[in-house]
Design a protein around this ligand. Structure first.
Ligand code: FES
Ligand SMILES: [Fe+2]
Length: 375
């Protein structure tokens, strides 16, 4: 223990904090993929992109490429890897089209079986039974509201059980925030945990976001917990609240009757949802793409306007550009400190000192450590 800080003074004992060496290294990354990402229900996208027959989305779950596809109204998830010579099948994040491998054109049906094999009789001679043996690996898929989740491991608790009371929160958010105004994927040179942790406290706001988020919220952070998940609530600054009131009224934007401040949820392990003044929803995932890199996938939503004539107008466009620009600026500021922290974590062994203002990070660490210790 670092003798600058006696153990007895700390809110969170060091054995409950993820050791720095667990933020890097291929072995840790592989173990985490197996114990956390394969076993949890992972958020992969919205039903908005899966409304029509043959609509699909793809996602990477800690190194496993997954496709979720609408087959005649039935959502099914498969390994997005062709069983011929292992090309990825769908190459785009979303779209419409049957699962057809781009390499040699094998066509897969709703059961994942390659039913269309060009030149089969001549080159392969596969009968129906042999084709079935070449079916794509199927994964569990479940939906809550408009949020789509996939679990790679075949056995485990259901999605509703994993979400607990936060399932109803996803229902509520799904009903309200239907209008996606921005989306993007940002590559960060940081372990996903170091990246996510910057979203779990407001202690960093003054130093990291002096010109942006500092003026947006008041720094009081009321935390609560639901199983492995957590919530942090901060009041919006008076200026931000006034701005949102004006915008909501002018643009006819609906507001949540339950979420009125800056309400931030973490759905374990890596789905973060922030709601501003009940009027704007930001949905972020921190997806590991290696031990030292992650992708931050962000989406912003407003509610459906009651003044459709404002949509597409200059004032509405200015609001959308303002909100999207503000979000990206803040993410850039968080990226800077997450990447700096990742570099630092690789040079130390002593667990970080967490203060009482960082209790959601401690809860995230407890959940992560328990998952990693589970058989
Ligand atoms: S690799 Fe997919 S059809 Fe050949
Ligand atoms: Fe931040």
């Amino acid at each position: 223990m670092d003798d600058r800080v006696q153990q007895s003074q700390l809110s969170f004992p060091p054995d409950m904090v993820i050791p720095p060496q667990r933020y890097s290294g291929e072995a840790n990354h592989a173990e985490e993929a197996a114990r956390v990402f394969r076993r949890c229900w992972m958020f992969v996208g919205f039903t908005d992109d899966l409304r029509n027959d043959n609509d699909f989305i793809t996602a990477d779950i800690a190194g496993t490429s997954v496709l979720v596809q609408n087959f005649d109204g039935d959502l099914r998830a498969y390994h997005n890897v062709c069983t011929h010579r292992y090309s990825l099948i769908h190459l785009r994040p979303c779209g419409n089209g049957k699962p057809v491998c781009p390499y040699h054109g094998w066509v897969f049906n709703r059961d994942g079986v390659p039913v269309g094999i060009p030149g089969n009789r001549e080159h392969f001679g596969l009968d129906d039974a042999a084709k079935k043996r070449l079916a794509l690996r199927r994964f569990e898929v479940a939906v809550r509201g408009r949020f789509v989740f996939v679990r790679l491991e075949p056995a485990g608790p259901g999605l509703d059980e994993q979400l607990g009371a936060y399932g109803a929160v996803l229902d509520h958010l799904s009903e309200l925030f239907t209008d996606r105004i921005d989306e993007g994927v940002l590559p960060w040179s940081a372990n996903w945990k170091a990246a996510l942790e910057s979203a779990l406290e407001v202690y960093h706001v003054d130093a990291t976001h002096p010109e942006t988020f500092k003026g947006y919220v008041k720094k009081v952070w009321i935390c609560s917990y639901e199983g492995e998940h957590s919530r942090g609530v901060s009041q919006l600054s008076d200026g931000s609240a006034r701005w949102w009131d004006g915008v909501s009224q002018k643009m006819g934007l609906p507001r949540s009757d339950r979420l009125e401040s800056y309400d931030h949820y973490l759905i374990f392990p890596n789905l973060a949802i922030g709601v501003s003044h009940g009027a704007l929803m930001s949905v972020q995932t921190y997806d590991p793409v290696g031990p030292d890199r992650c992708e931050l996938h962000y989406r912003l939503f407003l509610g459906e306007t009651s003044k459709p004539q404002t949509k597409g107008g200059a004032a509405r466009k200015a609001v959308e550009a303002n909100v999207a620009g503000f979000n990206r600026t803040i993410l850039g500021e968080d990226q800077r400190v997450a990447e700096a922290t990742h570099k630092g974590l690789k040079q130390v062994q002593v667990p970080a000192v967490l203060g009482s203002c960082e209790e959601r990070i401690a809860a995230f660490h407890r959940a992560w450590l328990a998952r990693m210790a589970a058989e």
